[in-house]
Structures are given as C-alpha cells and as structure tokens.
Design a protein around this ligand. Structure first.
Ligand code: IMP
Length: 423
C-alpha cells in the first residue's frame, strides 16, 4: 500500500483539515511529523466542528493515529484534546500513539517565545506564542527533553532544574522576566506523563510494522511549505520542516517509501504573522476574502492577511514538494468578486522574474504582475461535479492548473465533507 502525504503549499491555513479528514477515511494509519500546537485544523462534520492542534485528523475515522518524533508536544494541550474528543464520543485511547522521542514544550519555551517576540518589536515574526521556536532550538542545542524522559522522575527533575536555572538567568537578564519554579514544573509535567503513559510508545517501530504488513500510511503536514524553516520566507517561518523533506526526519518513515504527495492550495492566498506576502491586498478585496472566508487563525484567532493567488510562489512550492496533484480549497469564497487576479510573475528591482526568489531579501521586494480573469456571481457550494461549476470558475481553476503544472484532482466548495468535487 502507498504512503501518501498531504501538505500545504502556501503559508498554512490552506484548509488541510478537511482534505485530510476526507482522505484519511481511506488510510489505516495517519501520521503527523512536525510542528506542534501552533497548528490548527478545523474539520466540520454535519453540524459539529472539531478543532485539532496536535491529534491527527484520522482520529474521527477510528484509524491509528501517530504523533511522530518530529512534533513538539505540549502535554497539557494534548491531554485537553484527548479529553475533548473522548467526551464527544471519539475513540482516542487505543487509536492514538505518541512518539517517546517527541520533544516536550515546557513553560519556559512559551515564556521565551513571548518575551523574545516582545523584544523584537517591529522585527517580530508574529509567532503563535506556543513555544515552538524555543522548543526546536532546545532540540538542536541538546537541551531538549523528550517524552520518554518524563517517566523517570529523578532524571527528569535533574534535567528540568538544569534548564530552568539557565532560562531564569537569561529571562531576567534579557527581558527582566519573572523566574519559573522548577519544582512546580516537575510536579505538573510528571502528572501529565502519568496520564499520557497509555499513548506514548516507539512509533518508529509501529510505523515500520505498519509498512511491512501493507498498511496504507497517510502523512499529515501542518503549516505550509512557505513556512518551512529551510525553504520558506526565513526568518518569517516556523521552526520545523513543514515540507515533504521533514517527513522522514519527523516520523522515521524511510524517505524512499513516500509514494504520493498531494498539495493543498487555497484558491487565494492568506498568511498569519509577519513576513513577505507579494500578493497581499490591503484594500476592499482583502477585507472581503477575510470576512467571507472566515480568515481568522484557528489557534490564535488573529485576522489573517489576505490576497490574490500567487502562481509564482505556487509553482515553486509544488515543484519543491514534488506534488502529484493538488486539492484546491475555498473556491466558493471567490463567488461575487467582479474580477480575479492571478500573479504570473514578479517585478524585482525593475526586472521581470518568473521564478520565485528563495532569497528572502528579494522575496520581500517582489511586486506582483497579474493576469486578470472575470469573476462569477453564481453560488458554487451545491456543485458536486466539475461541470456544475460556473464557466468562469472553471476557467479560473484551469488557469491555476496551467500555471502550476499540476492536476487539480479535488476542488473544495465549502467546509462540509460533502461540499467536494472529485475530478
Ligand atoms: P510559530 O510556529 O508559532 O513559531 O510561528 C512562526 C510563524 O508561523 C508565524 O508567522 C505564525 O503565524 C506561523 N504559523 C505557525 N503555525 C501556523 C499554522 O498552523 N498556520 C498558519 N501559520 C502558522
């Protein structure tokens, strides 16, 4: 059976939650491999809305769900999600497995995240404040603490004390921040560990066995490729590899086993937080998209910046990810606009460029060059076949398809599972 990966091709919030939910009904195992509680996927099932931050979306389908070693886990958040889903009748215990190698997000990560953002002032990244950057930094400097370590109380207490002693000095000196109490953290997190015990395991072995016994493994990306720490708009990125390159590192799945990549792309562009966004519309259209598309962060509630479809960035993204096909989401949001613009090239320092500049100093200077297409006024939410869509809507979708050179295999015309067109 194949290993399929679903990844956002923009700056996150592409509507991956719905797509993953749809496809994970076919999978045996669903795996998350990067990010943490900075992510927020919303899945609508009839009149119920489920918001996911850490648990993979396959949980609604009774699949095996894995939180891989590359995810940074905030235990309080994870336990809250487990409880919320269980209370709403979703079977979590026995279906959710968390890597014992996953790094843990501690209060000092969240404190450092907020304090350093505050200190950056105008140069801030606009993080979610979930401690993601500091947790990954600790992983790299080897100060990180992994889930497996929480079960040996003495060992765990020693490591927390060492980290807190150091962080308190830094927080006081740099930010005049209040000190954290190491004993209280040990107490709290040891308690979390006991509750998480049934879920924590060797997920690398679990996945290897799943592959060996022919299971269909489905890999769920969080954020999007333009937020990837290596290939995104650095430093305005998240701290993990939100691209396909992170899959092996963050899950233990052998890289050569990744058979299929589906990119999830919104029919326009949004971004939360700071950083370059060439096709951003600061006027009426941006406001229209934000309101009509409900473009407010699922994790922080922040209004998302909105703008036109960026064909240049998308070509770069789908090539980098080696997407086999695209799921195009939120097409219904565009209904009612008189005309639609697609960015087909940039002007950088007076020169026309057709390739996305990965140099962030250049990507912040890109002026979009647009092709304008006529809009449509007919509602699209009832469409279930491509032919049901208004002719101008089909034209718009086909123009995107030509521009990015990938087939659009799925079109989403509303948040519900049923509001989907398979081509
Ligand atoms: P961090 O991941 O909290 O460190 O935030 C770094 C950047 O990534 C900020 O611009 C965030 O707004 C953005 N970001 C992080 N997670 C998501 C997400 O799930 N969707 C959209 N943007 C995100």
């Amino acid at each position: 059976m194949p290993v399929t990966c679903v990844i956002g091709t923009q700056w996150g919030d592409e509507g991956k939650g719905k797509i993953i939910d749809l496809i994970s009904s076919r999978a045996d195992v669903v795996v998350r491999y990067q990010g943490g509680a900075n992510a927020g996927h919303t899945v609508k099932v009839r009149d119920q809305k489920f918001v996911f931050h850490l648990i993979p979306s396959g949980i609604l389908h009774g699949k095996i769900n894995v939180i891989g070693n590359g995810v940074v886990v905030d235990p309080a958040q994870l336990l809250a999600e487990i409880e919320e889903f269980s209370t709403r009748g979703v079977k979590v215990e026995g279906n959710l497995f968390v890597s014992e190698l996953a790094h843990v997000v501690f209060p000092y990560h969240k404190a450092m995240d907020k304090l350093s953002e505050g200190r950056r002032g105008g140069a801030r990244i606009g993080t979610t404040g979930r401690g993601i950057g500091p947790a990954y930094a600790d992983r790299a400097t080897r100060a990180g603490i992994r889930l497996a370590e929480l079960f040996d109380r003495d060992h765990f207490a020693r490591r927390v004390h060492a980290n807190v002693a150091e962080r308190n000095v830094i927080m006081k000196a740099l930010y005049d921040g209040p000190p954290l109490d190491a004993d209280a953290i040990v107490e709290e997190y040891y308690g979390y560990a006991q509750r998480l015990k049934p879920f924590v395991t060797d997920t690398v072995r679990l996945l290897r066995r799943a592959l060996n016994s022919g299971r269909y493994v489905f890999v769920e990306g969080a954020q999007g490729v333009l937020l990837d720490v290596d290939f995104g708009t650095y430093p305005f990125v998240t701290s993990s590899n939100a691209s396909t390159f992170g899959v092996g590192i963050g899950s233990g799945l052998p890289p050569r086993r990744l058979d299929e990549v589906m990119g999830v792309t919104k029919a326009y562009t949004t971004r939360v937080g700071e950083g370059p966004f060439p096709t951003e519309d600061l006027g009426e259209t941006g406001e229209y998209l934000r309101k009509k598309g409900g473009e407010f962060g699922a994790t922080t509630g922040r209004p998302r910046r909105c703008g036109w479809f960026d064909g240049v960035a998308m070509r770069f993204a789908v090539d980098l990810l080696s997407c086999d096909s695209i799921a195009l989401t939120k097409v219904d949001v565009l209904t009612g606009l008189d005309e639609l613009k697609i960015c087909t090239a940039y002007r950088v320092n007076g020169e026309v460029v057709h390739d996305y500049p990965t140099n962030p100093l250049l990507s912040s200077q890109c002026e979009p060059i647009y092709e304008t297409l006529p809009g449509w006024s007919e509602e699209t939410r009832g469409a279930r076949r491509f032919e049901d869509l208004p002719a101008r809507c089909r034209q718009y979708i086909e123009a995107i398809e030509r521009m990015i050179g990938r087939p659009i295999g799925l079109v989403s015309v509303g948040p519900d599972r049923e509001e989907t067109i398979y081509r």
